[in-house]
Write a protein that binds this ligand. Structure first.
Ligand code: 2HA
Ligand code: ZN
Length: 270
């Protein structure tokens, strides 16, 4: 068996958690990440027949039967992941229609996966339905996106259009826009179901007055999505109180669509 701490998926997960912390998106125990792994990826590093513990999930997700995930732990701090990966991360395999998680590695202090496990797993199901290549669901608390949910309309079209107008690259990076949930109680199956429903039409879902969810085919892409949206929100928070003299027009957005061969969300541009 190879050392699991040298596995490319582990190295990338640890780097990503540290980078997110460095960006200020994951204060204290804020944020969580789940990465879908293939059995072949894990098998060289773990005895997949050796189950350490079984943890009930509290929901059903038959579509994820037998699937493996590397997931951040509940109550754990992103800043500590790199120093103690085996305490702060875990690898689980879902069984019994997704109602049970078999722990194969990690959570070595007796812990378990993030309290937002329902939102993560339900979002994986939703995104895999749209794109079978999806591997990552990421949640964090970037300050400017959060700030924006206090002062900007939460209408998804308006929220998306504002972000698109704040940096030229935005419409290219997330042409489907961002979806927005109103404030809801976190850590519940209800917010999980609502998030997954929103994930069917966009890879970014804002949780008002809380944070954001991103999904993508790898950690880099998902990080980059959130990074781009957060940059746009930062520009918005810098200019929102100033007289607006210029913007990116819808005509210019259409030029970007052509140049980058992307399609803006139906009905979002004039
Ligand atoms: O505590 O971010 O949403 C982790 C969270 C909960
Ligand atoms: Zn959160």
């Amino acid at each position: 068996m190879k050392d699991i701490l040298t596995a490319p998926f582990m190295v990338e997960m640890i780097r990503t958690a540290s980078n997110m912390y460095a960006h200020g998106w994951d204060e204290r125990n804020g944020g969580n990440i789940s990465l879908l792994l293939e059995e072949e990826e894990v098998a060289g590093y773990l005895d997949v027949k050796k189950v350490l513990r079984v943890i009930p999930t509290g929901f059903a997700a038959p579509a994820l039967e037998g699937k493996y995930f590397l997931v951040t732990g509940t109550g754990k701090y992103f800043k500590n992941v790199e120093y103690a990966p085996e305490v702060n991360l875990g690898i689980v395999r879902l069984t019994d229609g997704g109602t049970q998680a078999e722990l194969l590695w990690g959570y070595s202090d007796g812990g378990q996966f993030t309290s937002e496990f329902p939102a993560h797993m339900m979002s994986h199901v939703a995104r895999l339905g749209v794109n079978p290549e999806n591997r990552v669901v990421m949640h964090c608390h970037p300050a400017n996106l959060l700030a924006m949910t206090y002062v900007h309309s939460l209408d998804e079209k308006q929220f998306t259009r504002t972000l698109w107008q704040m940096c030229t690259e935005c419409i290219v990076v997330f042409p489907e826009g961002v979806n927005v949930l109103p404030w809801m109680l976190c850590g519940t199956n209800e917010i999980g179901e609502a998030t997954a429903e929103k994930m069917k039409t966009a890879r970014l879902v804002v949780w008002s007055q809380h944070g954001i969810y991103g999904a993508g085919k790898d950690l880099d892409e998902t990080f980059g999505l959130i990074e781009t949206a957060e940059k746009a929100a930062e520009i918005y928070m810098k200019i929102a109180h100033l007289p607006l003299k210029n913007t990116i027009t819808d005509d210019q957005m259409h030029q970007l669509e052509k140049r980058f061969n992307i399609q803006a969300r139906e009905g979002y541009l004039d």
